[in-house]
Write a protein that binds this ligand. Sequence first.
Ligand code: RFL
Ligand code: PHB
Length: 393
Amino acid sequence: MRTQVAIVGAGPAGLLLGALLHRHGVDNLIVEQRSPAYVLGRIRAGVLEQVTVGLLEEAGVAARLHAEGLPHEGFDLCFAGQRHRIDLQRLVGKHVTVYGQTEVTRDLMEHRTAIGRSTVYEAQDVAVHDFDGEQPRVSYRLGGQAHEIQADFIVGCDGFHGVSRASVPAAALKTYEKIYPFGWLGVLADVPPVAHELIYGNTERGFMLASMRSATRSRYYVQCSLDDKVENWSDEAFWDEFRRRLPAEDAARLVTGPSLEKSIAPLRSFVAEPMRFGRLFLAGDAAHIVPPTGAKGLNLAAGDVGLLSRAFAEFYAGSHGSRHVGIDTYSQRALARVWKAERFSWWFTSLMHQFPENGEFGARMQLAELEYMFTSEAAQRAVAENYVGLPLA
Ligand code: RFL
Ligand code: PHB
């Protein structure tokens, strides 16, 4: 098989890239190691920036998002009995949209079927070859048979554990990593959200986040120990712990119910530089990870493929000398945005979680910073500007 751009991974980054390339008339194929049901079963992000919504519109997959997504003009921060609303709309004139990653992925999958572009699911032994030369290839096995795709370019959208970044020679890659000493235990349940907007709380018992997927489906998280096991958390134990971390007025109206999904996610900051090696490009979690506190992971993945789709569109549209500029500057432009989101996600994580190892001084620094934020419009605006997302260069 031959295509212009071979994409490894059919998560949101790979599928959105495929849709955007299609929109620009660039031929592409996607190879994914899991089944569609498995991909849709992963419960992850919930908050979309306006830049992400704009890219989904550009790709022609925003109809359901506009009908069902919940615009949020602010969120609450709680700490030591104090509560403060960050008014995104007033501070920076923008909002975010609550619409689950599962729904984004489902919309992109249906769109791909409708436009007749193929995705190979359940591919085994996916491997990328010869990307340092002119004729890169992707090989895989399907039902015992060997297959190969010849492409002009390969894009690794295969997440943190994928094969693409792992195939780059170690000497060509510089990685930066920070592992946090805790995880997030998350529960998805068909109960009405405890509040209209998200609540982020730093409590003595640890971080809590009340989020949602719709008016009838809630997504709640609590900071947990890294060696905690999800089997140790009955639904009842989760609800008890979550209620204790909620502000009292919200705890009183919390509605509980059986969990639809329950999982523990470790928290990590990670960046691999550069994001291009010859004819192999990395996008999304394949190149960088942020802790979920800033709600940036999916949005960064969308930003990367937004830049990349334009770069490929320019490359294929023109015969003039500048057609390489977009692809040649992709890594640098994407990383400039990535590092700012890394900083915000690290900072927000550091502010909102319990870090006993930082001692009483560390706790007072958090308190001082939150009190400053609660009284300084400038500090609130900085949070709001980062939370709604920085512009795509
Ligand atoms: P994905 O979603 O991991 O998709 C990668 C795909 O590649 C496939 N794959 C392979 N395919 C072929 N061959 C191989 N060798 C392969 N290896 C892997 C995988 O099966 C998969 O289908 O990466 P992508 O597309 O870059 O998307 C990134 C996002 O999924 C991620 O950043 C977000 O979910 C992070 N995140 C959040 N982001 C936000 O923007 N807002 C949020 O509110 C938010 N909340 C979260 C989150 C992530 C969480 N967890 C569990 C990590 C909350 C949580 C709890
Ligand atoms: C979610 O709804 O899953 C969610 C929302 C905001 C975050 C992280 C996760 O910061």
